[in-house]
Ligand binder design. Structure first.
Ligand code: ADP
Ligand code: MG
Length: 313
């Protein structure tokens, strides 16, 4: 096992409860880079994917909040900005960390588009809240003037909601492959990729949607023929009966067992469920492929089979 797609969760990029400054983000990313560089030293080839929820939310907020001064960039453009800003920190921190260890692997970020299906059922019932809160009156105006879908969010005000469609195709896949084959470490499908729809004439158009980074990472892992999909998050293992007295952490799980646990409702939608679904899809895609869910700190041990939740066929 050598080639890994590493999907970094929110906690690899930012520490909860601290101000979301650039300095704070870079500090967390530097710590993340130490763990990732450890993997490189162990001989793994990494392709790095990451989330962007909080970051893109803030970019939308900044753009909407300053729209009386300068035109607000639309959501897909904010996604591209978030890929650049997060990728910049990761590539700087990774580069420094590798050089310190005498490893000269170049690191680069690729602005990545991911095709979604305009007929994806997600578009009919958008559920993913993005950006700031508005009053009912403002929300009504935005629905009329901009065609946004606005929903009331748990008594806290109105927010724009967008669809969370499945990733269909990574547009820059050939570029990712070429870079990987050339020995370059690539940071790609940031935030799940910039969602684009392929029009009848073949051209691409950005759309306001959020692709789950766990699903985009899975797509990427299959497409570049990774040996493992390593999903790094805030917990060392996935669990059944999560948060209950009879909680049981999962070690090695077959696809069949995982599917049964999914049906029994053990994994929360929007957090652990997409990881398990992505893991199942990857393990199912070919014999010998394994998906691992664990924490950054335990990544090496998880790859060595000592901890983490491993899903295989
Ligand atoms: P990420 O930013 O890494 O995608 P998420 O917050 O989306 O992180 O998902 C990880 C979180 O999922 C964990 O921190 C945990 O609180 C939650 N979670 C929900 N269900 C489970 C479960 N069955 N087992 C473990 N963690 C779970
Ligand atoms: Mg998540």
């Amino acid at each position: 096992m050598r080639r890994l797609v590493v999907a970094l969760g929110g906690n690899a990029l930012q520490e909860g409860g601290r101000p979301a400054t650039a300095e704070a983000q870079l500090e967390v990313v530097k710590a993340t880079a130490v763990h990732l560089a450890d993997l490189v030293e162990k001989g793994y080839e990494l392709i790095i994917a990451h989330g962007n929820g909080p970051q893109v939310g803030r970019l939308v907020l900044q753009n909407e909040g300053a729209s009386h001064i300068t035109p607000a960039m639309p959501f897909d453009v904010c996604g591209a900005m978030s890929q650049g800003m997060i990728g910049y920190h990761i590539q700087q921190a990774m580069g420094d960390q590798l050089r310190k260890r005498g490893i000269n692997t170049p690191v680069t970020t690729l602005v990545t588009q991911v095709v979604v299906d305009g007929d994806d059922p997600g578009f009919k019932n958008p559920t993913k809240p993005i950006g700031p809160f508005y009053s009912a009156q403002e929300a009504g105006r935005m629905e009329r003037e901009k065609g946004y879908t606005m929903k009331e969010d748990a008594g806290r005000g109105w927010r724009r909601v967008v669809a969370s469609p499945r990733p269909v195709e990574i547009v820059e896949l050939a570029a990712v492959k070429a870079l990987v084959e050339a020995g370059i470490m690539v940071i790609t499908v940031g935030g799940g990729g910039i969602p684009v729809i392929r029009k009848a004439d073949g051209s691409l158009e950005g759309t306001a949607a959020v692709i789950d980074k766990d699903f985009a990472s899975e797509r990427l892992a299959e497409d570049i023929d990774a040996d493992a999909l390593l999903i790094l998050t805030a917990v060392e293992k996935a669990a059944v009966n999560f948060g209950k007295p009879n909680q049981k952490e999962l070690d090695t799980v077959t696809v069949q067992e995982a599917e049964r646990y999914i049906k029994e409702g053990h994994f929360a939608a929007g957090s652990m469920l997409p990881k398990i679904n992505a893991a199942v899809a990857f393990a199912n895609s070919r014999q010998g492929r394994r998906a691992i869910i664990s924490s950054l700190e335990k990544a090496i041990e998880a790859l060595e089979g000592k901890t983490g939740t491993v899903i295989l066929k």
